[in-house]
Ligand binder design. Sequence first.
Ligand SMILES: Cc1cc2nc3c(=O)[nH]c(=O)nc-3n(C[C@H](O)[C@H](O)[C@H](O)COP(=O)(O)OP(=O)(O)OC[C@H]3O[C@@H](n4cnc5c(N)ncnc54)[C@H](O)[C@@H]3O)c2cc1C
Ligand code: FES
Length: 1324
Amino acid sequence: HRCEKTPPAQPRSVFSIQIVEKNAEPEMTLLTYLRRKLLSVCLTGTKLGCAEGGCGACTVMVSRFHSNRNAIVYLHHAVNACLAPICSLHHCAVTTVEGIGSVASKVHPVQERIAKAHGSQCGFCTPGIVMSMYALLRNNPQPMMRDIEEAFQGMMRPMIYNMILFSLMWQIEGCCGSRGKAGGDSTNSVQQLFDPSEFMPLDPTQEIIFPPELMVHSHMNPDQELRFIGERMQWIQPSSLKELLQLKAEYPAAKLVVGNTEVGIEMKYKNQFYPLILAPAFIDELNSIQYTENGIVFGASVTLTLLGNVLHGEVNKLPSYKTEVFQAILRQLHWFAGQQIRNVAAIGGNIMTASPISDLNPVFMAAGCKLTLMSKDGKRVLQMDDKFFTGYRKTALKPEEILLSIEIPYTRKGQYFSAFKQSPRKEDDIAIVTCGMNVVFWEGSNIVQDIQLSYGGMASTTVLATTTRSQLIGRQWDEEMLQDACSYLTEEMTLSPSAPGGMVAYRRTLTISLFFKFFLTVQHKLAQEHLSTEDIRPDYASAVAPSHLDSATSIQLFQAVPPGQNMDDVIGRPIMHLSAVKQATGEAVYCDDIPCYKNELYLALVTSTKPHAYIKSIDTTDAMAVPGVVTFVCAKDIPGSNKTGPVVYDETVLADEKVTCVGHIVGAIVADTPAHAQRAAKAVRISYQELQAVIITIQDAIANESFYQPTRTIERGDLTQGFQESDNILQGEIHIGGQEHFYLETNCTLAVPRGEDGEMELFVSTQSTALVAKALGVPASHIVCRVKRMGGGFGGKETRSTILSTIVAVAAHKVKRAVRCMLDRDEDMLVSGGRHPFFGRYKVGFKKNGKVMALDVTYYSNAGNSMDLSLSIMERALLHMDNCYNIPHVRGTGYICRTNLPSNTAFRGFGGPQGMMVAESWINDVALSCGLPAEQVRELNLYKQGEYTPFNQCLEQFTIDRCWRECMNISDFHQRKANVELYNKQHRWTKRGLSIIPTKFGISFTAVFLNQAGALVHIYTDGSVLLTHGGTEMGQGLHTKMVQVASRTLEIPSTKIFISETSTNTVPNTSPTAASASSDLNGMAVYNACKTLLQRLEPYKAKNPKGFWEDWVSAYFDRVNLSANGFYKTPDLGYDFETNSGHPFNYFSYGVAVSEVEIDCLTGSHKNLHTSIVMDVGKSLNPALDIGQVEGAFMQGVGLFTLEELRYSSQGYLYTRGPGMYKIPAFGDIPTELKVSLLRDAPNEKAIFSSKAVGEPPLFLAASVFYAIKDAITAARAESGLIGPFRLDSPATPERIRNACEDKFTKLCPPPEPGTYTPWDVRV
Ligand SMILES: Cc1cc2nc3c(=O)[nH]c(=O)nc-3n(C[C@H](O)[C@H](O)[C@H](O)COP(=O)(O)OP(=O)(O)OC[C@H]3O[C@@H](n4cnc5c(N)ncnc54)[C@H](O)[C@@H]3O)c2cc1C
Ligand code: FES
């Protein structure tokens, strides 16, 4: 077997290697092969983000040579390396990110653009994005914006904002002309975020050619079967159909694998094992495409990409009436997975998986497609009807049969077909309900001759609504038929209240709402063909309009540096993230990219499956029998203390006697490879004695009074008086769901024992240089913790990463060898906790004009099974309960709920967003209750300069009013509002909503001692400078900013300054990189160290004023110390909750956002149409990085408030453990129009060079999207006569939006009576 890359004919300076692999292991994926097997060449540029095809971090380009159609064709496809079995790549060329360019030689134009357009932040998924773009350009050097968006559909990227700019780079040079604008201006200078004229042109002739050797090989021995025999699996690639059928007869249990996008997941995550794989991908009959009188016959191995291309061609060629089914399939394919999946996944794979939520099966079923099945004894043809799927993931196929092909029929005149898919996220998501709908009319009439309605997501198989069908045949297509059809469907498409997948009322409503869409579509077509007298009402038309596919545009505005600023002074300039190019070429080293140590071992976690239980026994017999296993580590192996916790030591490193959540870490297996360790970890048997009570939700905790202490309160004024002075009082509630950090790089630690004095070196992906010394029982000074960079952190690597690093260190201590562990995505999501879910209950008193007089609000947070940082998070929520509103009489109380969930932890915003979200809920209710525009009530209640917060801090340098005015202005709010109102009058089933939301975010750690930082600066005799500080780099650009600070302070070009890493042996006792304060704190410490050095060099500068830096540092020869440390602590901090006195914050960051959305009232989907943001970041240190933070935080907030939903069973089992079920925002969630403006002329005297913190404050501005959705729902409810406040919990998912848009369809499907059943999932 050869998996090769050969040098190009016209060589670019690229890294090309040729590898001959004689022992391809069938269980091994291409990703594992690149990262682990090819140790000698270290191809670690391709990253592991999820191992389930859901994030795109592992994208590579696979090229194949085809010569079967009298032409030589090279197919270049972006492919997920994590799902591609290495054995499937026979005769393929694989191009990884290293293969197209490197810093040392020459970067590729794609790599250059993503770096210079600031499209790389943490950089972990950058190689994947580069390779998606590269594969696109190999096939299409002048792509349209839509092609680019499609190429990125399979990318899951927490900070996708700058992709707009990156994409536009191709547009600017290509066909469409510039659509974006990014620039800053001062009085007379204009600066861009980057300069496109610098970019190298793309020259397709310079690309790597397909290795001729592989063409030769593919012609050799075409009839020879290929067989790969692995440790416990065999992979056979038969050379002919006959051979395949023979093998299937011989081994009926053998599994066929084409794209492996289903089987790969089953093996990795569903504990399935298939000892024999048959790979029919290259058998001609299974790849053939034949045109018959009735339709097109596609071989079962035809990929979805090819299916789409063929159907697209037919739709363009044939009359529209003939291709109704083809058009419907194309619509489904557009929302089917990402391109990387579609490039390899086969039609046959989709059918034969028999998933009840398959997107294609309902279409095939409703269309009456014919399937040809074959065994060695011959063929048979089956209609794909209600008998084909015989049970959950079962079909009528016999064990010795295979699916040969599927015939997709043409449609005829008088036949109409539609397909719909509703999923939590539009792009690359699995369906909640999906359907195909087919109606045939008697010729020249609107009388139904036949109708087939097929649904996915409504049972354990794809189903046909056969009873409804029989009732509708012979009926006229009119309003009366619609009413009856809805009743029949409601009766036929039932679901148990406990049905897997939950959302029972929503799913039932969808079946009829989607039928209504079909009804309107057909009625409109009938009217156009004069077969019906009635066309649909004009205000109903948008219900059937295709989803918005407008490409995104963006504008970024910032203030340029003053004219005359020295060119070497980079403060205020939009300089690129210092690692961006290395990130784009895959050369940036993350924790798991560190080459393996000799004899290194790998660790896998063993976790609890019970929420609350005593551990009776642990049986490791089966686990120890797995090859390569070295040891099992448990609590008794900890040489020091097993107690841990960042503030209170209330948890264990490894569960001792008791487990208190599903996912509680009980032990770990150490083995020679990740595969062996993970296999053995699954074989550890733990027996439990279950305990009561099991407390999962906030409501459970309230009922059981299960709270951590203390309960916090902030109170100002006199509530009784406030309520008396009010004209009205209202009460309300809101639940705000938690959030998974979804850093692309999961938690990772490499522990290397140093052999003497208990010394150990740890390489960790952490925001806080982890403390493991206590568990090892050695002094902290003996442990060195190093962090080069992280692939994202967002708070999730502040304290929870410590547990993993401690376990790995304990294991390394036990086996006296280097031990590594990078968690799989499902483990990471299971064990590491996330943002705290919050429940807010409020009573608010207000005047008729909307002026709020009194507020009594209670917060409950779901902290999980340990305290972790929950107290500080609740404190921050309370300190933000006012958001930007002056409330004369106010009381806020916070309860921290102790539950049987993994401990929740820090997450960007740290309780602030939850605190402010409740505030926006009550102020929105006040506006609705007064019948006043929400923006008017918000503006009326805004603080003014010099007023005091409930915690008695005076608001100085207050800029909210300026941000508000500018945001109103740039969003053209009033005109936009008039347009929205007009739109809503003209549309019944889609509604638009608009909202403006302010934010005020307090900067400082609320734990005062953390507001300190250190730095260490060395000047070397050649003039180069090594800078170290206490902050860690996780993509936010902290190191870049620190180099800028040092550069200005030392008055030298930034190119002379280098940051290698963060480590505990250079700067000790560091505070976590958190609270948005790292630039402020570390920046001042760096400034302090640099000033010290500058003072020491001053005499030399004075002596030789015309000299250069290199001359002055020769002070060394006078024995001047060229190394200095710096220190900073924020002055005047310290707040006392008991007395409500003192300052919790150094200053506040402010911002305002306007958002406009459109909702589909029938499905609950929404589209973000517009967002304008004005953010006060003081005098920006680096506008490119700051805008990146604003847009990245905003999009993460969009995920929090509209999309991301962690789903748990009533026993605390987390269902959402990967990107398949947990969706973060994708490209399509970026507002179609996005404007970001950094407030001008707003210097902040309280931080380094007048800047302001920016990491967390903009996140809350995404609430503007939530409240725009609520505004749109308000308009929809008004159509049903529903006026006034209503509850909408966060996130505003399609389910919640649809359920809130009450109408005749929702009335037919009432929710099951609470308390009468056990729901599939509970809201925690
Ligand atoms: C990230 C991701 C996103 C996805 N998104 C979607 C989505 O949006 N909509 C959707 O419907 N699905 C989705 N899927 C599921 C999956 O991609 C599809 O079902 C795909 O079509 C499977 O094709 P495959 O070739 O990869 O199947 P494989 O994994 O190779 O095989 C799947 C099953 O089909 C059987 N099989 C394959 N060919 C034959 C044959 N000729 N005869 C008999 N049995 C055969 C195999 O034995 C196996 O049981 C997604 C999967 C992933 C990983
Ligand atoms: S690692 Fe392959 S798609 Fe996520």
